[in-house]
Design a protein. Structure first.
Length: 165
């Protein structure tokens, strides 16, 4: 079952980024309750949140339980389809290769991430999966919504981790 591709006017605009990134940051903070890396994600369709998640690798003992994958799964289940071509994904940090691949496969229209990940980011830092010319889908993306806050949440988490060891 296909779905109509919504035009640019239905996707979140730059002016909407802070609102949705605030929700992703709230999800990131929820990961702290179970000592997981605080990364959060929300999927938005036509101004409504249809998926939300935070990292759950530690609590689920699942190496694939990244916030992006979990939020995409929830959105797909809620919408009853795997193609998310009319959706935007907000995530607190630049997606890794696994998550960037899932974003492409889900046909997500737009990805907005708060902070770059210079060690493992697969949008612009280490690899450019979303812009790969060989891909059958190239999501649009933008960087920087709530960047300082996204970086601070991660820095504080890793500082606590180092202090505990």
């Amino acid at each position: 079952m296909g779905e109509p591709f919504l035009g640019d006017d239905t996707l979140p605009r730059v002016g909407d980024d802070d609102r949705y990134m605030d929700l992703a940051l709230a999800e990131a903070r929820a990961a702290l309750a179970h000592e997981d890396v605080p990364i959060g994600a929300v999927v938005v369709r036509d101004a409504a949140v249809v998926g939300r998640a935070h990292n759950r690798r530690e609590v689920d003992a699942d190496p694939t339980a990244h916030a992006e994958l979990l939020a995409l799964r929830e959105a797909a289940a809620r919408l009853g389809r795997w193609r998310l071509a009319d959706c935007a994904l907000y995530v607190t940090i630049e997606p890794c290769v696994m998550c960037a691949g899932a974003i492409v496969l889900a046909r997500v229209a737009l990805v907005v991430f708060g902070a770059p990940d210079e060690r493992a980011g697969a949008v612009r830092s280490v690899a450019e999966v979303l812009d790969a010319t060989w891909s059958n889908h190239r999501p649009r993306w933008r960087l920087g919504a709530r960047r300082e806050e996204a970086e601070r949440v991660l820095q504080e988490f890793f500082a606590r981790q180092r202090g505990a060891s």
